[in-house]
Design a protein. Structure first.
Length: 447
Protein backbone atom coordinates (compact mmCIF):
# COMPACT_ATOMS: atom_id res chain seq x y z
CA UNK A 1 0.00 0.00 0.00
CA UNK A 2 1.01 3.61 -0.55
CA UNK A 3 1.25 4.62 3.12
CA UNK A 4 3.18 1.48 3.98
CA UNK A 5 5.72 2.28 1.30
CA UNK A 6 5.93 5.85 2.56
CA UNK A 7 6.64 4.62 6.10
CA UNK A 8 9.24 2.14 4.84
CA UNK A 9 11.30 4.76 3.01
CA UNK A 10 14.80 5.04 4.49
CA UNK A 11 15.69 8.40 5.99
CA UNK A 12 17.73 10.17 3.36
CA UNK A 13 18.37 13.31 1.35
CA UNK A 14 14.67 13.93 0.66
CA UNK A 15 13.77 14.13 4.34
CA UNK A 16 16.68 16.43 5.15
CA UNK A 17 15.94 18.64 2.15
CA UNK A 18 12.30 18.93 3.23
CA UNK A 19 13.46 19.77 6.74
CA UNK A 20 15.75 22.47 5.34
CA UNK A 21 13.13 23.97 3.01
CA UNK A 22 10.41 24.15 5.69
CA UNK A 23 13.00 25.12 8.30
CA UNK A 24 14.13 28.14 6.30
CA UNK A 25 10.55 29.36 6.26
CA UNK A 26 10.56 28.95 10.05
CA UNK A 27 13.87 30.81 10.29
CA UNK A 28 12.54 33.79 8.34
CA UNK A 29 9.36 33.84 10.44
CA UNK A 30 11.43 33.96 13.61
CA UNK A 31 13.78 36.55 12.17
CA UNK A 32 10.85 38.87 11.53
CA UNK A 33 9.43 38.37 15.02
CA UNK A 34 12.86 38.98 16.52
CA UNK A 35 13.42 42.08 14.42
CA UNK A 36 10.31 43.82 15.70
CA UNK A 37 11.33 43.01 19.28
CA UNK A 38 14.74 44.62 18.74
CA UNK A 39 13.30 47.54 16.76
CA UNK A 40 10.72 48.46 19.43
CA UNK A 41 13.05 50.18 21.95
CA UNK A 42 14.68 52.20 19.14
CA UNK A 43 11.34 53.05 17.52
CA UNK A 44 9.74 53.99 20.83
CA UNK A 45 12.44 56.56 21.44
CA UNK A 46 12.43 57.94 17.87
CA UNK A 47 8.64 58.25 17.61
CA UNK A 48 8.06 59.08 21.31
CA UNK A 49 5.68 56.15 21.75
CA UNK A 50 3.96 55.31 25.03
CA UNK A 51 4.31 51.81 26.53
CA UNK A 52 0.72 51.08 25.51
CA UNK A 53 1.46 52.03 21.88
CA UNK A 54 4.55 49.82 21.89
CA UNK A 55 2.42 47.00 23.24
CA UNK A 56 -0.03 47.41 20.37
CA UNK A 57 2.75 47.10 17.79
CA UNK A 58 3.56 43.72 19.28
CA UNK A 59 -0.05 42.67 19.67
CA UNK A 60 -1.36 43.66 16.23
CA UNK A 61 0.92 41.10 14.61
CA UNK A 62 -0.52 38.44 16.90
CA UNK A 63 -4.04 39.36 15.83
CA UNK A 64 -2.95 38.77 12.25
CA UNK A 65 -1.27 35.51 13.27
CA UNK A 66 -4.45 34.22 14.89
CA UNK A 67 -6.54 34.90 11.81
CA UNK A 68 -3.81 33.60 9.51
CA UNK A 69 -3.45 30.33 11.42
CA UNK A 70 -7.18 29.63 11.34
CA UNK A 71 -7.67 30.54 7.67
CA UNK A 72 -4.50 28.85 6.43
CA UNK A 73 -5.21 25.68 8.41
CA UNK A 74 -8.69 25.50 6.90
CA UNK A 75 -7.44 26.16 3.36
CA UNK A 76 -4.60 23.64 3.69
CA UNK A 77 -7.13 20.83 4.20
CA UNK A 78 -8.99 21.99 1.06
CA UNK A 79 -6.38 23.14 -1.48
CA UNK A 80 -3.21 21.52 -0.15
CA UNK A 81 -0.30 22.17 2.20
CA UNK A 82 2.20 23.31 -0.42
CA UNK A 83 0.02 26.02 -2.00
CA UNK A 84 -0.89 27.58 1.34
CA UNK A 85 2.72 27.44 2.55
CA UNK A 86 3.85 29.30 -0.57
CA UNK A 87 1.16 31.99 -0.35
CA UNK A 88 1.79 32.75 3.32
CA UNK A 89 5.57 33.00 2.91
CA UNK A 90 5.12 35.48 0.06
CA UNK A 91 2.60 37.57 2.02
CA UNK A 92 4.70 38.03 5.13
CA UNK A 93 7.88 38.71 3.14
CA UNK A 94 6.40 41.54 1.09
CA UNK A 95 4.56 43.00 4.09
CA UNK A 96 7.80 43.07 6.09
CA UNK A 97 9.38 45.18 3.35
CA UNK A 98 6.44 47.58 3.56
CA UNK A 99 7.17 48.10 7.26
CA UNK A 100 10.41 49.85 6.24
CA UNK A 101 8.28 52.40 4.37
CA UNK A 102 5.93 53.06 7.30
CA UNK A 103 5.36 56.81 7.62
CA UNK A 104 3.34 56.79 10.84
CA UNK A 105 2.38 54.69 13.84
CA UNK A 106 -0.94 53.73 12.21
CA UNK A 107 0.65 52.63 8.91
CA UNK A 108 3.13 50.46 10.79
CA UNK A 109 0.27 48.81 12.66
CA UNK A 110 -1.43 47.97 9.36
CA UNK A 111 1.70 46.43 7.82
CA UNK A 112 2.46 44.49 11.01
CA UNK A 113 -1.04 42.99 10.84
CA UNK A 114 -0.34 41.71 7.32
CA UNK A 115 3.03 40.34 8.42
CA UNK A 116 1.37 38.50 11.28
CA UNK A 117 -1.31 37.08 8.97
CA UNK A 118 1.37 35.49 6.78
CA UNK A 119 3.42 34.27 9.72
CA UNK A 120 0.48 32.70 11.50
CA UNK A 121 -0.60 30.87 8.36
CA UNK A 122 2.79 29.41 7.52
CA UNK A 123 3.80 27.83 10.83
CA UNK A 124 1.05 25.22 11.46
CA UNK A 125 0.92 24.27 7.78
CA UNK A 126 4.69 23.66 7.67
CA UNK A 127 4.53 21.51 10.80
CA UNK A 128 1.62 19.52 9.35
CA UNK A 129 3.47 18.87 6.09
CA UNK A 130 6.65 17.79 7.87
CA UNK A 131 4.76 15.49 10.24
CA UNK A 132 3.07 13.77 7.30
CA UNK A 133 6.41 12.93 5.68
CA UNK A 134 8.67 12.23 8.67
CA UNK A 135 9.15 8.52 9.50
CA UNK A 136 7.28 7.38 12.61
CA UNK A 137 10.30 6.54 14.76
CA UNK A 138 11.88 9.95 14.08
CA UNK A 139 8.79 12.13 13.61
CA UNK A 140 9.11 13.86 16.97
CA UNK A 141 12.78 14.57 16.44
CA UNK A 142 12.22 15.97 12.94
CA UNK A 143 9.48 18.36 14.08
CA UNK A 144 11.50 19.65 17.02
CA UNK A 145 14.49 20.13 14.72
CA UNK A 146 12.18 22.04 12.38
CA UNK A 147 11.20 24.28 15.30
CA UNK A 148 14.90 24.77 16.15
CA UNK A 149 15.20 26.94 13.04
CA UNK A 150 13.18 29.47 15.07
CA UNK A 151 16.11 29.84 17.45
CA UNK A 152 18.49 30.39 14.53
CA UNK A 153 16.16 33.06 13.16
CA UNK A 154 16.24 34.91 16.48
CA UNK A 155 20.04 34.79 16.40
CA UNK A 156 20.01 36.28 12.90
CA UNK A 157 17.65 39.01 14.11
CA UNK A 158 19.89 39.74 17.10
CA UNK A 159 22.94 40.01 14.83
CA UNK A 160 21.11 42.36 12.46
CA UNK A 161 20.03 44.47 15.42
CA UNK A 162 23.49 44.47 16.97
CA UNK A 163 25.47 45.16 13.79
CA UNK A 164 23.18 47.14 11.49
CA UNK A 165 20.45 49.03 13.39
CA UNK A 166 22.88 51.32 15.28
CA UNK A 167 24.59 52.23 12.00
CA UNK A 168 21.72 52.34 9.48
CA UNK A 169 18.54 52.80 11.50
CA UNK A 170 15.58 50.52 12.20
CA UNK A 171 14.37 50.51 8.57
CA UNK A 172 17.28 48.30 7.46
CA UNK A 173 15.93 45.45 9.58
CA UNK A 174 12.68 45.33 7.63
CA UNK A 175 14.41 45.68 4.25
CA UNK A 176 16.40 42.54 5.04
CA UNK A 177 13.17 40.88 6.13
CA UNK A 178 11.91 40.90 2.52
CA UNK A 179 14.44 38.22 1.54
CA UNK A 180 12.01 35.32 2.15
CA UNK A 181 10.10 36.41 -0.99
CA UNK A 182 12.97 34.93 -3.01
CA UNK A 183 12.66 31.74 -1.00
CA UNK A 184 9.16 31.12 -2.41
CA UNK A 185 10.72 29.97 -5.66
CA UNK A 186 12.74 27.30 -3.82
CA UNK A 187 9.53 26.00 -2.29
CA UNK A 188 7.97 25.31 -5.67
CA UNK A 189 11.08 23.48 -6.87
CA UNK A 190 11.81 21.24 -3.89
CA UNK A 191 8.64 20.69 -1.85
CA UNK A 192 6.16 17.94 -2.82
CA UNK A 193 2.53 17.96 -1.75
CA UNK A 194 1.62 15.79 1.22
CA UNK A 195 0.90 12.20 0.15
CA UNK A 196 -1.62 11.83 2.97
CA UNK A 197 -3.42 14.95 1.77
CA UNK A 198 -3.49 13.65 -1.81
CA UNK A 199 -4.94 10.32 -0.65
CA UNK A 200 -7.57 12.11 1.43
CA UNK A 201 -8.67 13.84 -1.80
CA UNK A 202 -8.63 10.60 -3.84
CA UNK A 203 -5.72 11.86 -5.96
CA UNK A 204 -4.25 8.36 -5.98
CA UNK A 205 -2.19 8.69 -9.17
CA UNK A 206 -0.48 11.85 -7.89
CA UNK A 207 0.38 10.10 -4.62
CA UNK A 208 1.78 7.07 -6.46
CA UNK A 209 3.90 9.31 -8.68
CA UNK A 210 5.49 10.99 -5.64
CA UNK A 211 6.19 7.65 -3.95
CA UNK A 212 7.86 6.26 -7.08
CA UNK A 213 9.96 9.41 -7.38
CA UNK A 214 11.02 9.25 -3.73
CA UNK A 215 11.90 5.56 -3.97
CA UNK A 216 14.07 6.31 -6.97
CA UNK A 217 15.83 9.20 -5.20
CA UNK A 218 16.44 7.14 -2.07
CA UNK A 219 17.69 4.06 -3.92
CA UNK A 220 14.68 1.84 -3.14
CA UNK A 221 13.62 -0.76 -5.72
CA UNK A 222 10.12 0.23 -6.81
CA UNK A 223 7.41 -2.45 -6.88
CA UNK A 224 4.09 -2.41 -8.78
CA UNK A 225 1.18 -1.04 -6.78
CA UNK A 226 -1.59 -3.37 -5.66
CA UNK A 227 -4.97 -2.63 -7.14
CA UNK A 228 -6.75 -2.26 -3.80
CA UNK A 229 -6.15 0.43 -1.21
CA UNK A 230 -6.80 0.30 2.52
CA UNK A 231 -9.67 2.23 4.02
CA UNK A 232 -7.15 4.68 5.56
CA UNK A 233 -5.88 5.47 2.09
CA UNK A 234 -9.23 5.92 0.39
CA UNK A 235 -10.45 9.48 0.76
CA UNK A 236 -13.99 8.35 0.00
CA UNK A 237 -14.11 6.63 3.39
CA UNK A 238 -12.96 9.55 5.53
CA UNK A 239 -14.64 9.52 8.91
CA UNK A 240 -14.06 13.18 9.77
CA UNK A 241 -15.12 16.02 7.51
CA UNK A 242 -12.90 19.12 7.55
CA UNK A 243 -15.26 21.32 9.60
CA UNK A 244 -14.63 23.34 12.73
CA UNK A 245 -17.40 21.59 14.65
CA UNK A 246 -15.62 18.25 14.15
CA UNK A 247 -12.89 19.45 16.52
CA UNK A 248 -15.42 19.45 19.35
CA UNK A 249 -17.05 16.08 18.71
CA UNK A 250 -16.52 13.22 21.16
CA UNK A 251 -13.24 11.76 19.78
CA UNK A 252 -11.51 15.16 19.77
CA UNK A 253 -13.00 17.51 22.36
CA UNK A 254 -10.65 16.68 25.25
CA UNK A 255 -7.50 16.91 23.16
CA UNK A 256 -8.79 20.08 21.46
CA UNK A 257 -9.38 21.72 24.86
CA UNK A 258 -5.96 20.61 26.08
CA UNK A 259 -4.21 21.89 22.95
CA UNK A 260 -6.03 25.22 22.94
CA UNK A 261 -5.12 25.89 26.57
CA UNK A 262 -1.54 24.72 26.06
CA UNK A 263 -1.14 26.92 23.00
CA UNK A 264 -2.70 29.89 24.80
CA UNK A 265 -0.30 29.57 27.73
CA UNK A 266 2.86 29.03 25.71
CA UNK A 267 2.10 31.83 23.22
CA UNK A 268 1.03 34.18 26.02
CA UNK A 269 4.27 33.65 27.91
CA UNK A 270 6.56 33.66 24.88
CA UNK A 271 5.34 36.88 23.27
CA UNK A 272 4.79 38.63 26.56
CA UNK A 273 8.35 37.85 27.60
CA UNK A 274 10.39 37.92 24.41
CA UNK A 275 8.63 40.75 22.60
CA UNK A 276 9.47 42.96 25.57
CA UNK A 277 12.78 41.38 26.53
CA UNK A 278 15.11 43.92 24.85
CA UNK A 279 13.03 46.80 26.24
CA UNK A 280 12.93 45.31 29.75
CA UNK A 281 16.69 44.70 29.81
CA UNK A 282 17.23 48.22 28.45
CA UNK A 283 14.99 49.60 31.21
CA UNK A 284 17.26 47.94 33.79
CA UNK A 285 19.92 50.49 32.89
CA UNK A 286 21.91 48.79 30.13
CA UNK A 287 22.83 50.65 26.94
CA UNK A 288 21.18 49.62 23.65
CA UNK A 289 24.31 47.82 22.44
CA UNK A 290 24.72 46.04 25.80
CA UNK A 291 21.05 45.09 25.71
CA UNK A 292 21.52 43.41 22.32
CA UNK A 293 24.52 41.50 23.69
CA UNK A 294 22.59 40.19 26.69
CA UNK A 295 19.53 39.19 24.66
CA UNK A 296 21.82 37.49 22.12
CA UNK A 297 23.33 35.36 24.88
CA UNK A 298 19.87 34.41 26.15
CA UNK A 299 18.82 33.58 22.59
CA UNK A 300 21.80 31.26 22.11
CA UNK A 301 20.40 29.10 24.91
CA UNK A 302 17.37 28.32 22.75
CA UNK A 303 19.32 25.97 20.49
CA UNK A 304 20.41 23.40 23.11
CA UNK A 305 16.86 23.63 24.47
CA UNK A 306 15.51 22.46 21.12
CA UNK A 307 18.05 19.66 20.83
CA UNK A 308 17.35 18.42 24.35
CA UNK A 309 13.61 18.36 23.56
CA UNK A 310 14.29 16.64 20.20
CA UNK A 311 15.91 13.77 22.08
CA UNK A 312 13.41 13.57 24.94
CA UNK A 313 10.23 13.48 22.81
CA UNK A 314 11.12 10.01 21.53
CA UNK A 315 12.45 8.81 24.91
CA UNK A 316 9.99 9.90 27.60
CA UNK A 317 7.25 11.03 25.21
CA UNK A 318 5.59 14.18 23.95
CA UNK A 319 3.29 15.11 26.82
CA UNK A 320 5.87 14.50 29.57
CA UNK A 321 8.57 16.50 27.76
CA UNK A 322 6.13 19.34 27.06
CA UNK A 323 4.86 19.45 30.64
CA UNK A 324 8.37 19.30 32.11
CA UNK A 325 9.71 22.09 29.90
CA UNK A 326 6.70 24.32 30.62
CA UNK A 327 7.11 23.78 34.36
CA UNK A 328 10.83 24.56 34.34
CA UNK A 329 10.30 27.57 32.08
CA UNK A 330 7.83 28.92 34.63
CA UNK A 331 10.26 28.41 37.51
CA UNK A 332 13.07 30.13 35.59
CA UNK A 333 10.74 33.01 34.68
CA UNK A 334 10.09 33.66 38.35
CA UNK A 335 13.79 33.83 39.19
CA UNK A 336 14.54 35.95 36.11
CA UNK A 337 11.99 38.51 37.29
CA UNK A 338 13.71 38.64 40.67
CA UNK A 339 17.31 38.75 39.39
CA UNK A 340 19.37 41.20 41.42
CA UNK A 341 22.42 41.60 39.15
CA UNK A 342 23.60 41.15 35.57
CA UNK A 343 24.98 37.63 36.05
CA UNK A 344 21.71 36.38 37.60
CA UNK A 345 19.76 38.09 34.84
CA UNK A 346 21.82 36.29 32.21
CA UNK A 347 21.74 32.89 33.93
CA UNK A 348 18.00 32.76 34.56
CA UNK A 349 17.23 34.42 31.22
CA UNK A 350 19.24 31.75 29.39
CA UNK A 351 17.55 28.94 31.36
CA UNK A 352 14.10 30.44 30.72
CA UNK A 353 14.91 30.65 27.01
CA UNK A 354 16.22 27.04 26.99
CA UNK A 355 13.02 25.53 28.40
CA UNK A 356 10.49 27.88 26.79
CA UNK A 357 11.71 27.30 23.25
CA UNK A 358 12.19 23.58 23.87
CA UNK A 359 8.49 23.49 24.78
CA UNK A 360 7.64 25.21 21.50
CA UNK A 361 9.43 22.46 19.61
CA UNK A 362 7.40 19.79 21.39
CA UNK A 363 4.00 21.43 20.94
CA UNK A 364 4.53 21.66 17.18
CA UNK A 365 5.30 17.93 17.22
CA UNK A 366 2.39 17.05 19.48
CA UNK A 367 -0.42 19.06 17.86
CA UNK A 368 -0.64 17.47 14.36
CA UNK A 369 -0.49 13.99 15.92
CA UNK A 370 -3.78 14.60 17.75
CA UNK A 371 -5.92 14.74 14.59
CA UNK A 372 -6.57 12.56 11.51
CA UNK A 373 -5.43 13.64 8.04
CA UNK A 374 -8.77 15.13 7.02
CA UNK A 375 -8.68 17.73 9.82
CA UNK A 376 -4.98 17.74 10.75
CA UNK A 377 -4.15 21.19 9.35
CA UNK A 378 -7.54 22.53 10.48
CA UNK A 379 -7.00 21.33 14.06
CA UNK A 380 -3.43 22.56 14.15
CA UNK A 381 -4.42 25.93 12.71
CA UNK A 382 -7.25 26.50 15.19
CA UNK A 383 -5.07 25.49 18.15
CA UNK A 384 -2.33 27.89 17.04
CA UNK A 385 -4.92 30.56 16.23
CA UNK A 386 -6.50 30.36 19.68
CA UNK A 387 -3.02 30.51 21.18
CA UNK A 388 -2.38 33.77 19.37
CA UNK A 389 -5.10 35.38 21.49
CA UNK A 390 -2.67 34.94 24.37
CA UNK A 391 0.00 36.53 22.24
CA UNK A 392 -2.26 39.52 21.59
CA UNK A 393 -3.07 40.05 25.25
CA UNK A 394 0.36 39.59 26.81
CA UNK A 395 2.35 42.40 25.09
CA UNK A 396 -0.46 44.88 25.77
CA UNK A 397 -0.78 43.76 29.38
CA UNK A 398 2.96 44.11 29.97
CA UNK A 399 2.77 47.62 28.50
CA UNK A 400 -0.04 48.50 30.91
CA UNK A 401 1.84 47.00 33.87
CA UNK A 402 4.98 48.98 33.03
CA UNK A 403 2.95 52.16 32.57
CA UNK A 404 1.58 51.62 36.09
CA UNK A 405 5.11 51.27 37.49
CA UNK A 406 4.81 47.54 38.18
CA UNK A 407 8.27 46.01 38.32
CA UNK A 408 9.82 42.98 36.69
CA UNK A 409 9.07 40.73 39.65
CA UNK A 410 5.29 41.17 39.27
CA UNK A 411 5.40 40.75 35.50
CA UNK A 412 7.40 37.53 35.60
CA UNK A 413 5.45 36.11 38.55
CA UNK A 414 2.41 36.34 36.27
CA UNK A 415 4.19 34.48 33.46
CA UNK A 416 5.50 31.84 35.87
CA UNK A 417 1.96 31.17 37.13
CA UNK A 418 0.58 30.76 33.61
CA UNK A 419 3.32 28.32 32.59
CA UNK A 420 2.94 26.17 35.70
CA UNK A 421 -0.86 25.97 35.27
CA UNK A 422 -0.50 24.96 31.61
CA UNK A 423 2.06 22.30 32.57
CA UNK A 424 -0.53 20.73 34.89
CA UNK A 425 -3.20 20.83 32.15
CA UNK A 426 -0.95 18.95 29.69
CA UNK A 427 -0.19 16.23 32.27
CA UNK A 428 -3.86 15.89 33.23
CA UNK A 429 -5.51 15.92 29.79
CA UNK A 430 -2.78 14.98 27.32
CA UNK A 431 -2.60 11.65 25.46
CA UNK A 432 0.81 10.20 24.57
CA UNK A 433 1.57 9.73 20.86
CA UNK A 434 5.25 8.74 20.60
CA UNK A 435 6.38 5.92 18.29
CA UNK A 436 2.98 5.55 16.60
CA UNK A 437 2.18 6.06 12.93
CA UNK A 438 -0.36 8.74 12.13
CA UNK A 439 -2.72 5.98 10.99
CA UNK A 440 -2.33 4.13 14.31
CA UNK A 441 -3.21 7.35 16.10
CA UNK A 442 -6.29 7.73 13.91
CA UNK A 443 -7.35 4.16 14.73
CA UNK A 444 -6.92 4.86 18.46
CA UNK A 445 -9.42 7.72 18.14
CA UNK A 446 -12.11 5.26 17.07
CA UNK A 447 -11.51 2.73 19.84
Amino acid sequence: MILERLEQLPVGSFHYKLLLVTGLGWLFDSMDTGLIAFVLPVLAKEWSLTPAQVGWIGSIGLIGMALGAVLAGTLADHIGRKKVFTITVLLYSLSTGMCALAWSYESLLFFRFLVGFGLGGELPVAATLMSEYAPTHLRGRFIVLLESFWGVGWLVAACIAYLLIPAFGWQIAFVIGTLPALYVFLIRLHMPESIRYLLSKNRIDDAKEIILSLEQKLGVTSQPFAAALSAAERGSEQKAAPKFTTLWTKPFRTRTAMLWLAWFGIVYSYYGIFMWLPSIVYAQGFAVVKTFEYVLIMTLAQLPGYYAAAWLVDVIGRKYTLSLFLLLSGICSFFFGNAADASSLLMWGAAMSFFNLGAWGVIYTYTPEQYPTAIRALGSGWAAGFGRIGGMLAPMLVGVMLANAMGMSYIFMMFASVLIIVSAIVIGLGKESKQKTLEELETALDS
